[in-house]
Design a binder for this molecule. Structure first.
Ligand SMILES: *Cc1c(COP(=O)(O)O)cnc(C)c1O
Length: 351
């Protein structure tokens, strides 16, 4: 439903409520979460609550969570900002660093929430095509002169990585803030976190929603120079991480690393098998370093709704830059992949 209340901000007339297909589906491989579930120690922490600590507010900026994230990331706690998911961090960062009327630049295709968060903050999205080798184009991005530049690597929805060279070149040339979204860094075993430690205009954004298996708790974080993350926190506001989310996230960071590492291995193996089986169907999936595969398919929305009727939810994209129509499939346990591939094969046969 598109609403256009006259008294709302003018820019909101171009924005509608975020809609996802929410009818339950037997096999849901649509959202890149951890399909093996949530980490055991964190789950125990949530079920063994005996005090009533949640009668009171959490700490304003989640100081215990910051300490645990700082140990995990190998940086000082003053270099960390937290949020209600990394979506909250991205939204807050755009607001913190761009005035209404400024621009945010990014290569397409990329994370669909970025133009939405831009509009919500009165900021204009400016797009630049990715290179033919699925890399970012640092000169074109820097050449926009945008106040904020966003890079997602591994990139959602392509799964491809930006090269280290291109990111370094971008950081050297950009006049504004560079946001590096590393939601899938654990699967790639590669990170540009070090750039945020030597350059005070680089903000690395991460999440506990993907490899950590805690999407429902809504915990995200940013790493950057203390002065930079402080602006993100001002923009974000206090009390955004709930008492229970902070407790479970701290436990996961301190006690679930073995489980998470094992599931990352599982996801990468599953991804490679999935890509192989898609190629066996005559399809050409993009080279992914994340926990999902993007595969170009003619009439992707039609194929996805046929698959849904067969009990499998995937994410369909229409007319993606450089790709066209495509399906994004999250890598998960073998039985889920078997069912997803059967549904895909049948849907393609009927198309
Ligand atoms: C899933 C995802 C996020 C994370 O969202 P949360 O709000 O932390 O759940 C951020 N960026 C990208 C590119 C993603 O795919």
């Amino acid at each position: 439903m598109t609403t256009s209340l006259e008294l709302a901000r003018a820019a909101y007339r171009e924005v509608s409520l975020y809609t996802v297909e929410s009818d339950p589906c037997a096999v849901d491989v649509s959202d890149n979460t951890n399909l093996w579930g949530s980490p055991p120690a964190a789950r125990r922490a949530l079920t063994e609550v005996t005090d009533d600590g949640f009668a009171r507010y959490p700490s304003a900026y989640a100081s215990k969570l910051k300490d645990a994230l700082a140990r995990y990331a190998g940086v000082g706690a003053s270099c960390i900002a937290t949020g209600c998911g990394s979506d909250d961090i991205l939204d807050s960062a755009i607001r913190a660093f761009a005035e209404p009327g400024d621009r945010i630049a990014f290569c397409v295709p990329t994370f669909a929430m970025i133009p939405i968060f831009a509009r919500l903050n009165g900021v204009e999205p400016v797009t630049v095509p990715m290179t033919g080798a699925w890399d970012i184009d640092p000169d074109a991005l820097a050449g926009t002169g945008a106040r904020v530049i966003y890079v997602c690597s591994p990139n959602n929805p392509t799964g491809t990585m930006a090269s280290r060279d291109a990111i370094e070149r971008l950081v050297a040339r950009a006049s504004g803030i560079v946001i590096l979204d590393e939601a899938y860094a654990e699967f790639a075993r590669s990170s540009c976190l070090d750039l945020a430690m030597v350059n005070d205009r680089v903000l690395v954004v991460r999440t506990l929603s993907k490899a950590f298996g805690l999407a429902g708790l809504r915990v995200g974080y940013a790493v950057g120079a203390p002065a930079l993350v402080a602006e993100v926190e001002k923009s974000r506001g206090p009390y955004k991480v709930s008492v229970m989310a902070e407790r479970a996230a701290v436990v996961a960071l301190e006690h679930d690393q073995g489980w998470i590492a094992d599931r990352v291995v599982d996801a990468c193996e599953s991804r490679e098998r999935l890509a192989e089986r898609l190629r066996a169907l005559g399809l050409t999936p993009l080279p992914s370093r994340a926990n999902f595969v993007l595969v170009p398919v003619v009439n992707a929305p039609g194929v996805a709704s046929d698959m849904r009727a067969r009990g499998v939810a995937v994410r369909a994209f229409q007319g993606l830059a450089l790709v066209g129509d495509a399906l994004r499939i999250t890598a998960g346990p073998a039985p889920m992949m078997d069912q997803a591939l059967v549904a895909l094969e049948e849907a393609l046969r009927c198309a």
